[in-house]
Design a protein around this ligand. Structure first.
Ligand SMILES: Nc1nc2c(c(=O)[nH]1)N[C@@H](CN(C=O)c1ccc(C(=O)N[C@@H](CCC(=O)O)C(=O)O)cc1)CN2
Length: 296
């Protein structure tokens, strides 16, 4: 079997198109322009690239983009003061603090200082609790993007066996909650799971978010399964730096029914869903209907 490639880059372009259309309507009918503030502390090269892409794409869909680039030695008090100002700013509907933060800053404290209604990353403890109890939440962007691609590829997910490999707060746990919400039978597996390959081979939907380059090989995959690769790992191969996922693409694609590539799979959907969440936050703030097709 050769798997269908789920093209996240093309999918993300379609989502951005839908966001742009709905932003234009919001402007024309209500005089509203959604605003997104992104805060970057320090100079991590990958984070700089992601923040740059977020700013550019925010402007492209017609929203207001505000970037705050702070020095690596920014104090917690200064960062919290900036977030308090953004919480109070009526032009800003979404606030995102790029992760990881420098180690002297307490990420939980910082994230939980964001107004939950403006928490477009869905990382605030209130949004985590709302999602976990099946209530309307801001949904973390990467799992939301995975779910959109799964729905588009498989249609109804109800009754399918889903295995999520990885238990992080930003991907593994919310992904499992979303799949439960779709009535999948969900297993969260991780580094201590016994016979991980056998557990994964029971999956109709296999989501790899383990952070280990090419760990999930073809013998972890049930024939015909849908494989979603969340990993983004830079490795050295043949004297060059390469970007690979948590899935060994060649061996997994030979067994799977469908698979997301790296690059060009889940990654681009993360930013597209951030834009969708910012639009959702603006609509909710103003008591307007939720954007069509862009929320769970
Ligand atoms: N506050 C947040 N911090 C981080 C998040 C997040 O969702 N919120 N996620 C990641 C980084 N990230 C967005 O911030 C992100 C990662 C990857 C991509 C992407 O498009 N990747 C491309 C490859 C790009 C490359 O060469 O590196 C792809 O997979 O095709 C977008 C966004 C951690 N921090």
């Amino acid at each position: 079997m050769t798997a269908t490639v789920i093209d996240g880059k093309a999918f993300a372009a379609r989502v951005r198109g839908q966001v742009a259309e709905q932003v234009a309507r919001l402007k024309a009918e209500h005089g509203l322009v959604p605003g997104l503030a992104v805060v970057l502390v320090g100079e991590d090269p990958a984070s700089q690239v992601y923040v740059g892409a977020k700013g550019k794409q925010t402007v492209e869909v017609g929203m207001i983009s505000v970037e705050h680039k702070l020095p690596v030695d920014t104090s917690e008090a200064d960062l919290l003061a900036l977030i308090a100002a953004l919480n109070a700013d009526a032009k800003i509907h979404g606030i995102l603090v790029q992760l990881p933060l420098p180690s002297h800053l307490n990420s939980d404290l910082v994230i939980n200082s964001i107004d939950p209604a403006k928490d477009v990353d869905g990382f605030h403890i209130s949004n985590v609790g709302l999602l976990g109890t099946g209530q309307k939440a801001m949904v973390p962007c990467t799992p939301l993007g995975c779910l959109m691609m799964l729905r588009a590829h498989l249609g109804k997910l109800s009754g399918l066996n889903a295995v999520v490999v990885g238990r992080s707060n930003i991907v593994g746990k919310p992904m499992a909650q979303l799949l439960l919400g779709e009535s999948c039978t969900v297993t969260i597996a991780h580094s201590r799971t016994r016979d991980l390959a056998a557990v994964c081979r029971g999956a109709d939907i296999l989501v790899a978010a383990v952070g280990r380059p090419e760990m999930i090989t073809g013998d972890y995959v049930k024939p015909g399964a849908t494989v979603i690769d969340v990993g983004i790992n830079r490795i050295q191969r043949d004297g060059k730096t390469r970007l690979v996922g948590d899935v060994d693409y060649a061996s997994a694609a030979a067994v799977a029914g469908a698979i997301t590539p790296v690059p060009g799979g889940v990654g681009p959907m993360t930013i597209a869903c951030l834009l969708a969440n910012t639009l959702t936050a603006c609509c909710r703030e103003n008591g307007l209907p939720e954007p069509v097709g862009l929320t769970v």
